[in-house]
Design a protein around this ligand. Structure first.
Ligand SMILES: CC(C)(COP(=O)(O)OP(=O)(O)OC[C@H]1O[C@@H](n2cnc3c(N)ncnc32)[C@H](O)[C@@H]1OP(=O)(O)O)[C@@H](O)C(=O)NCCC(=O)NCCS
Length: 199
């Protein structure tokens, strides 16, 4: 089982997805621009989303997190509501690689939450996590890759600024309205992450 451990940044807290996140995940699917930018063409029923939220945390071969606010007031979290989701999927134990995907809800974009969420997931992927002062190993990955559409310059610029490098393009791999978009393949390797983390 790869139940996602809690990861804490300064602004965000990542926790396992639970049944109660279904409504927000459903809202994310109604966001036409987000669907376009992620290249999501499949449609889902509300029942499928309810099932997904209830079971995804126990699915093997992937880590799914709800991105929530990290702010604490009087020792209590200010909010535990999902404001985005982030996943490490396609885990390959032999190559020590995985794929990254994320989406923030529309009201929570452009505020630095996505950047921090990715950074915390990369830290977990390559270096593990501290739980009660003890270092837990995590998946010990060597490579994290992703695909970003050429119509999504914001996401691509963000990935580059975090240390991801472009590896190539799947030309016209996605339909975009009446036209097409390239899928840009990007990755970051463990030594590149450590260099970025030390910088
Ligand atoms: C892409 C996404 C996950 C990024 O998360 P976010 O919280 O909005 O991103 P942040 O606020 O942390 O950072 C955005 C960065 O992009 C920059 N940016 C914003 N709009 C931009 C644009 N049109 N072109 C280039 N850069 C842009 C911002 O200046 C910021 O850079 P900075 O941190 O150096 O200031 C989020 O916007 C999102 O969910 N978008 C819709 C779904 C999506 O595209 N998912 C990714 C699919 S690959």
């Amino acid at each position: 089982m790869t139940r996602s451990p809690e990861l804490r940044g300064e602004m965000v807290r990542l926790r396992a997805i639970e049944s109660r996140d279904a409504q927000r995940l459903w809202e994310a699917l109604q966001d036409a621009e987000g669907m376009r930018q992620t290249g999501t063409t499949e449609s889902f029923t509300r029942t499928q989303i309810d099932q997904w939220a209830a079971t995804i945390a126990d699915r093997l071969g992937r880590y799914d997190w709800a991105i929530t606010h990290g702010a604490v007031r009087d020792g209590q979290l200010v909010s535990d509501e999902l404001i985005g989701e982030i996943v490490l999927n396609e885990l390959d134990d032999v190559a020590r690689s995985a794929n990254l995907r994320l989406q923030m809800l529309p009201d929570y974009r452009g505020r630095g939450y996505g950047r921090e969420a990715i950074w915390e997931v990369l830290r977990f992927a390559f270096d593990g996590v501290r739980i009660d002062g003890e270092r837990e190993p995590g998946p010990g990955l060597h490579r994290v890759s992703l695909q970003v559409l050429s119509i999504n310059p914001r996401a691509k610029a963000l990935y580059e600024s975090l240390g991801f490098r472009e590896e190539g393009r799947l030309r016209d791999a996605h339909r975009d309205g009446d036209g097409w978009a390239d899928a840009v393949v990007m990755s970051i390797l463990e030594d590149e992450f450590r260099a970025a983390a030390g910088a």
